[in-house]
Design a protein around this ligand. Structure first.
Ligand SMILES: [Zn+2]
Length: 440
C-alpha cells in the first residue's frame, strides 16, 4: 500500500500499447512463467513489465500458472484519500518471474488466488503490510498467515529510512518517482502510466526480501523479525462502538460537554453524507469546521456562511441539515451531556514516573548499542507496562506480555537493574508503614 513510484520516463512511453499487448499475450506470459529461470534486477528492468488482468478467467489462469510459487510479493491500492468506504481497487503481485496487476472491480473476490495466498507454506511478502492486511480481510475475508514485511525488517536492521523508495535506492539504486502517490485508484479507466507505476510496488520485493533476510541472519535478528511477522497475522479493523466516533475526532478533547453534544450530532451527519456520496469525510467538510460549528453553534444560514472554510456546496445543499444537527445538540438535557470515558487507571504511585524514566535511560543505552531506533526497541507504552509490573527478576519481567520476546531478551537484565534502586525505596516505604502505629 505504501505509495512509491518507480516508473521511469522511458518505461511509461508507449505503455498504453504495451498494456493492450500484454493482455492479449497473457497465454504466452503465463506459459513463460513456468520457466523458473531467475533474472537479475538489471535484466528485469529491460524485460516486458507485467501482465494486466481484469477478468475471472485471466486471474484463474495466472493462479494456476503460479500455483507452485512458495514466495509471492503482494500489494494493494485503496482510495482512503478519496472515498468514504475504502476497498481494494488494485492488486499487485509478483513471483520470481511473473508480475501482475489485477483490477478486482470487474472480478470480485479472486477466490483461487486467495487459497494460494492463505496457504501457510506460501510466504507473502509486503512492504508495510498493516493496511493491506486490513483491506484484504475486510473485502475478501483473507487471512494471510506467513508474512514477511520489508518495512519491519528495515526497522529491525536499524535503517533510519525504511520507506520502499529508500530501500530500493539502497539495495538496487532504483530511482523513484512519486507522481501517482496521491492517485485516485478508484477511478476508471486507469491510465497505462498508473498501472506501470503500480506494478513497481511488488516488482523488486522478493529480491529485497532476499537481501534483507541475509542481513537479518548476519545480525542474528531473524528471530526478531519472525516474531514481529507472526504478530501481523490476524490484523483487521476492529468494529467501532456505534455512535462513539465523535470522541476520536482530533480536538474533541478541548470542547466542553455542551459543545461535545453538538459534535455528537455533527459527526454522524457528516458520515452519512460521506457514505451517500462515497467521498472521504474531509472532502465533505473538514474537522476544523465541524469543531468550529460545535463551539459557535450557528443558528442561521448566514452564520454558517461566515465560517472560515465552509464548503459552498454543502452550505447550499445541506445547510438546513447542518443547522438541524446543531439544534439537536443544543436541546440535549444537562443530565445527558456526553463526556469522555475515563482513561484506564492503574495504581500510579509516586515512584511510577521515576521508574519509567529509569527504564528509558536503560533502553536508550541499549538502542545505541544495537544501533536501533529507541522506539522500535521499546515504545513508551511498553516501558510503562514494565514500570507497572515493577519486576524484581528477569523471570518476572518475562511475564510482561506487552513486551515482545525479542525485546525482553535484549532488555531484561538492563531493565531489572534499572529498577533495582526504586525497589529498595518501595520496600523501605512498605516496612515503615508496617511498623507505624498510625497505619490503617
Ligand atoms: Zn502500493
Amino acid at each position: 500500500m505504501e505509495r512509491c513510484g518507480l516508473a521511469s520516463g522511458s518505461q511509461s512511453r508507449a505503455v498504453d500499447e504495451r498494456v493492450t499487448r500484454w493482455r492479449d499475450a497473457l497465454h504466452y506470459r503465463v506459459a513463460r512463467s513456468d520457466n523458473r529461470a531467475r533474472t537479475s534486477v538489471a535484466d528485469r528492468a529491460n524485460a516486458p513489465s507485467f501482465v494486466y488482468l481484469d477478468s475471472v478467467s485471466a486471474v484463474e489462469k495466472l493462479t494456476t500458472a503460479i500455483a507452485g510459487a512458495r514466495e509471492i510479493a503482494l500489494d494493494t491500492e485503496g482510495a482512503s484519500f478519496h472515498r468514504f468506504v475504502d476497498r481494494i481497487y488494485l492488486l499487485q503481485l509478483s513471483t520470481r518471474d511473473t508480475h501482475a496487476v489485477i483490477d478486482p472491480l470487474p472480478i470480485g473476490r479472486p477466490a483461487g488466488l486467495g487459497a494460494l495466498l492463505e496457504d501457510p507454506s506460501v510466504e507473502v511478502v509486503f512492504h508495510d503490510a498493516d493496511y493491506d492486511l486490513r483491506l484484504l480481510e475486510q473485502d475478501y475475508g483473507w487471512k494471510i498467515r506467513h508474512i514477511f514485511d520489508t518495512r519491519i525488517a528495515a526497522q529491525l536492521l536499524g535503517y533510519t529510512a525504511f520507506g520502499l523508495a529508500a530501500l530500493l535506492e539502497r539495495f538496487f539504486s532504483v530511482k523513484l518517482d512519486k507522481k501517482h502517490q496521491r492517485a485516485d485508484w478508484s477511478m476508471r479507466p486507469l491510465t497505462a502510466d498508473m498501472l506501470d507505476y503500480a506494478a513497481q510496488d511488488t516488482r523488486y520485493l522478493l529480491e529485497l526480501k532476499d537481501r534483507m533476510s541475509a542481513e537479518l541472519e548476519r545480525m542474528g535478528r531473524m528471530a526478531w523479525a519472525r516474531e514481529e511477522f507472526a504478530l501481523l497475522e490476524g490484523t483487521r479493523w476492529a468494529d467501532e462502538e456505534p455512535g462513539m466516533g465523535f470522541l476520536k475526532l482530533k480536538g474533541a478533547r478541548d470542547l466542553n460537554r455542551r459543545e461535545l453534544a453538538v459534535l455528537r450530532e455533527l459527526v454522524p451527519w457528516r458520515d452519512g453524507v460521506a457514505r451517500q456520496l462515497d467521498r472521504a469525510t474531509f472532502r465533505v467538510i473538514g474537522n476544523e469546521q465541524l469543531l468550529e460549528i460545535a463551539r459557535t453553534h450557528p443558528s442561521t444560514r448566514d452564520a454558517l456562511a461566515k465560517l472560515k472554510g465552509m464548503p459552498r456546496g454543502i452550505l447550499d445543499q445541506r445547510g438546513g441539515e447542518l443547522l438541524d444537527a446543531v439544534t439537536r445538540g443544543l436541546a440535549v438535557p444537562e443530565s445527558e451531556l456526553p463526556r469522555f470515558p475515563k482513561a484506564a487507571r492503574w495504581d500510579r504511585d509516586a515512584d511510577f514516573d521515576a521508574r519509567v524514566s529509569a527504564l528509558k535511560t536503560a533502553r536508550d543505552h541499549a538502542a545505541k548499542r544495537l544501533t536501533l531506533d529507541a522506539g522500535v526497541l521499546c515504545s513508551r507504552d511498553r516501558m510503562e507496562a514494565v514500570a507497572r509490573r515493577n519486576p524484581s527478576s528477569v523471570e518476572e519481567l518475562l511475564e510482561v506480555t506487552e513486551l515482545r520476546r525479542w525485546q525482553a531478551n535484549e532488555l531484561a537484565e538492563a531493565f531489572v537493574a534499572a529498577l533495582e534502586p526504586h525497589r529498595q525505596k518501595t520496600a523501605l516505604k512498605a516496612a515503615v508503614t508496617e511498623n507505624s502505629p498510625y497505619s490503617d
